[in-house]
Design a protein around this ligand. Structure first.
Ligand code: ADP
Ligand code: MG
Length: 263
């Protein structure tokens, strides 16, 4: 995938301004206690991410990427430091408060899709809405809309076993979108997918980002990271690089140059 053509920049990176920072992390440290030993997974991470950004995170295995994503996604708490999500200091929240804020503001996509096996695409997508106070008809409409957004409207009644890996990941993205989150977090979402399917997933991310959704994506593939607008590199629990992507390819354009499975 080294021959990806440079296509026009899809949109300007929003100007930095504290007012529109969706994410602000200050001097974040995270320790894991493992019996006698203490693993220092984040060693002083500070960063701001603005509304409408599309950030890729790279770095070697064990460099703290997933730890950082779990903090951003309110799945875990910092040992010290601050995390402000849309200006709210969530580092002070307890587990219950974190769960509420997560359901309302965060969409999370994982490498392994994490769909319920005996449950249709529509029902999988609908799951996060069960906690929101909305009626059945509205829930199903939202789930159907989310499936349409990822191009799977016609697969609503399929079970995960009847879908390809790429389709399952698209259901997982629909599920992440169904509560209209402020941020979409994706931890190696293309790690189990072939290169064409990976670009198809990234195409969805670019389309969502063009519509204003803030996205943070972990990937170990340089070519995938280049579809974002900004790339962070983690090493030993710190951000070692933070660079804008200067000539960002359009995934839709790249897909025209890649063979399809049927070819
Ligand atoms: P990455 O996602 O970049 O591969 P991680 O954030 O998963 O890195 O891990 C960072 C460090 O924290 C590693 O040394 C890892 O072994 C350790 N770690 C991650 N999760 C846990 C955990 N639940 N308990 C103990 N150590 C952990
Ligand atoms: Mg990881």
């Amino acid at each position: 995938m080294k021959t990806i053509p440079a296509v026009k920049q899809l949109g300007p990176v929003p100007a930095a301004s504290a007012a529109s920072a969706v994410i602000r992390v200050e001097e974040a440290h995270k320790y894991y206690e493992l019996g006698e030993t203490r693993v220092h997974a984040l060693r002083g991470v500070s960063i701001e991410i603005q509304q409408g950004e599309f950030v890729a995170i790279m770095g070697a295995s064990g460099s703290g990427k997933s730890t950082f994503m779990n903090i951003l996604g309110c799945l875990d708490r910092l040992s010290s430091g601050g995390y402000f999500l849309e200006g709210i200091n969530v580092s002070k929240h307890d587990k219950r408060a974190l769960a509420l804020i997560r359901n309302e503001k965060i969409g999370f996509v994982f490498q392994g899709f994490n769909l319920l096996a005996r449950t249709t695409a529509l029902e999988n997508t609908e799951l996060p809405t069960l906690y929101a106070k909305i009626d059945k008809t509205e829930r199903q409409k939202r789930a159907a809309d989310a499936l349409t957004m990822v191009g799977l409207a016609e697969r609503a009644q399929h079970f995960p076993s009847q879908m390809s890996g790429g389709q399952q990941q698209r259901v997982a993205i629909a599920r992440a979108l169904v509560n209209h989150p402020s941020i979409l977090l994706a931890d190696e979402p293309t790690g189990n997918l072939d290169s064409r399917t990976s670009v198809e997933i990234v195409e969805i991310f670019q389309n969502l980002n063009d519509r204003g959704l803030t996205i943070v994506l972990v990937t170990h593939e340089h070519d995938i990271a280049q579809f974002a607008k900004r790339v962070l590199v983690f090493r030993d629990g710190k951000i070692r690089k933070d660079d804008p992507v200067l000539s960002r390819p359009s995934a839709s354009e790249v897909l025209k140059t890649l063979p399809t499975l049927e070819d």
